[in-house]
Design a protein around this ligand. Structure first.
Ligand code: APR
Length: 179
């Protein structure tokens, strides 16, 4: 699998992640898995109340970790709940914890034979992570993963606003130029 094919398996899009008909969407959750605002709120509203009940069965989820539930009323078969770090200036392990969210979500996806997955820009909203460094981590982790897993067909990096979309595209171009 050449680099070109690998880059073809990453799609940066501007969309509402809850509307995507993919095998799994990743939620930017909190440690209590209790639902919230942002993308967490949108996903729970679209999935229906069974999602919160399923989350209650899972208990808590540590920062940098991820847990999986069915998607219920969502088009997506699964929701992978990843808990991103709150930005505290960058020297409290936030980069590694954010990278771990992507790695752990991809590990769960593989365990559940997921072929198409969509990530939001984890931690870049309420958790205050600067957008470009977060996009660099997201793209780096996804590329490293795709290099060693040919089974995952498409990874959507879903941006909700134009600024995020342009930042992700810029980071992706820088990455491709560097290869
Ligand atoms: N589809 C895709 N992305 C979305 C959507 C959507 N429908 N709605 C918001 N986003 C984007 C935001 O614009 C932001 O870029 O998701 C990104 C992550 O922002 P948040 O949802 O605020 O998540 P995060 O920064 O990780 O904070 C998580 O917020 O909602 C609470 O319970 C959640 O406590 C947790 C915290």
């Amino acid at each position: 699998m050449g680099n070109k094919d690998m880059f073809n398996r990453i799609n940066i899009i501007q969309a509402d992640i809850a509307a995507l008909n993919v095998d799994a969407i990743v939620n930017a959750a909190n440690r209590a898995l209790s639902g919230g605002g942002g993308v967490d709120g949108v996903i729970h509203r679209a999935a229906g109340p069974e999602l919160l009940q399923a989350c209650r069965q899972l208990g808590r989820c540590e920062t940098g970790q991820a847990k999986i539930t069915p998607g219920f009323r969502l088009p997506a078969r699964y929701v992978i709940h990843a808990v991103g770090p709150v930005w505290q200036g960058g020297d409290k392990g936030e980069p590694d914890l954010l990278a771990s969210c992507y790695r752990e979500s991809l590990r769960l996806a593989r365990q559940h034979d997921v072929k198409t997955i969509a990530f939001p820009a984890i931690s870049t909203g309420a958790y205050g992570y600067p957008l470009k460094p977060a996009a660099q981590i997201a793209i780096q982790e996804v590329i490293v993963y795709l290099e060693q897993d040919q089974s995952l067909e498409i990874v959507f990096l879903v941006c909700f606003d134009r600024k995020s979309y342009e930042t992700y595209q810029q980071v992706m171009n820088e990455y491709e130029d560097a290869r």
